[in-house]
Design a protein around this ligand. Structure first.
Ligand code: HEC
Ligand code: HEC
Length: 340
């Protein structure tokens, strides 16, 4: 009996293997008859319409997440009525940078972002979840405190990001993800030239002193029509936007308002200098930045805070030229990364 049983067992195994084999063969033949996987493209804003979602738990979280993204200041800003809800330290909204409700290509859209987490992050030298990434922007771009992981607000952000990422497979590329490609000029940025560009092309909206234009009175938790670029009510020194190459790429692909990666209004040089002028101005200081990028070899060359392991000056890390730093960092990375 034992013999029969094991024979039957092996037959079952065998049948399973055959089925697996056929499935694999079929998959291989369909794959080979197709083009290599194309990058997913971001749809028009209508394709992310949240109003058609059912009024169930998921639908309500997605809608709240979108609302929080567009009107952050009204729910978790520093001027909201309930003190314990004051998580953000400034009156910006996520959409001050993640434009068009986080669906604009090359303005760090969240389309497909869900599928790229958990991911290794150099700033922490560990694997982070999407929730931790949201809190990265809460503590830096929004100059505030982290949202509790079990809060309705955190669930709403994660669910909205999930909704925007529907149809993008894990590891799938999205055309327009992140920032536009940006090759910085091989020179130090010129803050004075940048000031001239700022007066001519930015001050009309963002103000002479970078203070922006408020939507309502101070204390009304109504945010900005045009967000501030420096001073106390904007991103802090630890934010991605406080890095020159990040800011220049964002500005070239998205500013003045109405520009896009396909239709930029600034040259590469103008974006570089105006970004340097904006970042030369005062803003809230994030403490303990020396703890960022604990594996020093993967610290971005434009992280404008020490310590640095390459011997270059803080000034050069802030204003360039970056090419020589990039060459150095590449060599250090090969030596120290241990294949991470
Ligand atoms: C001052 C600009 C700014 C604001 C405001 C801002 N962010 Fe970000 N965010 C960035 C930048 C820049 C990046 C990407 C570059 C980086 O990591 O440094 C980013 C990346 C992200 C990512 C990862 C996207 C990806 O493709 O991996 C998430 C998620 C995110 N932000 C969430 C938020 C949330 C939620 C808010 C509002 C509570 C917010 N951000 C507000 C600038 C901003
Ligand atoms: C016509 C008005 C207008 C002009 C001109 C303009 N911006 Fe903006 N800017 C905006 C608005 C509005 C936002 C918020 C994003 C949105 O609503 O799409 C923004 C967002 C930003 C942000 C990210 C948010 C923040 O507070 O830091 C930066 C950086 C920025 N602009 C820089 C610039 C620079 C530099 C120039 C000049 C080259 C410029 N902008 C010109 C309207 C403008």
């Amino acid at each position: 009996m034992l013999f029969v049983d094991s024979a039957k067992g092996s037959f079952i195994m065998h049948k399973k293997t055959i089925i697996q084999f056929i499935t694999l063969a079929l998959a291989a033949s369909t794959a080979s008859s197709q083009e290599p996987a194309k990058a997913h493209t971001i749809g028009a804003p209508e394709s992310y319409d949240v109003s058609s979602l059912p009024d169930d738990h998921y639908g309500r979280l997605v809608r709240y997440g979108k609302e929080l993204t567009e009107r952050t200041f009204a729910y978790i800003g520093p001027e909201v009525k309930t003190p314990k809800m004051r998580y953000a330290g400034n009156n910006l909204a996520c959409v001050s940078c993640h434009e068009n409700s986080a669906t604009k290509p090359f303005a760090m859209p969240w389309v497909g972002a869900h599928a790229t987490f958990p991911q290794y992050r150099g700033r922490e030298d560990e694997v982070s979840t999407i929730d931790e990434r949201v809190n990265g922007c809460m503590e830096r771009s929004m100059a505030g405190k982290p949202l509790p992981l079990d809060s309705r607000e955190m669930k709403a952000y994660a669910t909205y990001i999930h909704f925007l990422s529907r149809g993008v497979p894990t590891g799938g590329k999205v055309e327009g993800q992140g920032l536009p490609p940006y090759k910085a000029p091989d020179r130090k940025a010129d803050v004075q030239v940048g000031e001239g560009i700022y007066k001519e092309k930015c001050a009309s909206c963002h103000g002479d002193k970078g203070q922006g234009v408020r939507a309502g009175a101070v204390g009304s938790a109504t945010g900005y029509v045009f967000p501030p670029l420096w001073g106390n009510d904007t991103f802090n020194t630890g934010a991605g936007m406080n890095r020159l190459l990040t800011a220049a790429a964002f500005i070239k692909g998205n500013m003045p308002l109405g520009s896009s990666h396909a239709q930029p209004q600034l040259s590469t040089d103008e974006a570089y200098d105006v970004a340097a002028f904006v970042l030369s101005q005062p803003r809230k200081v994030k403490l303990n930045l020396d703890k960022d990028f604990p594996a020093r070899w993967n610290k971005p060359v434009d992280a404008a805070f020490g310590p640095y392991v390459d011997g270059a000056s803080a000034e050069q890390h802030k204003y360039g030229p970056f090419q020589p730093l990039q060459v150095n960092m590449k060599a250090l990375k090969e030596k120290l990364s241990g294949g991470k």
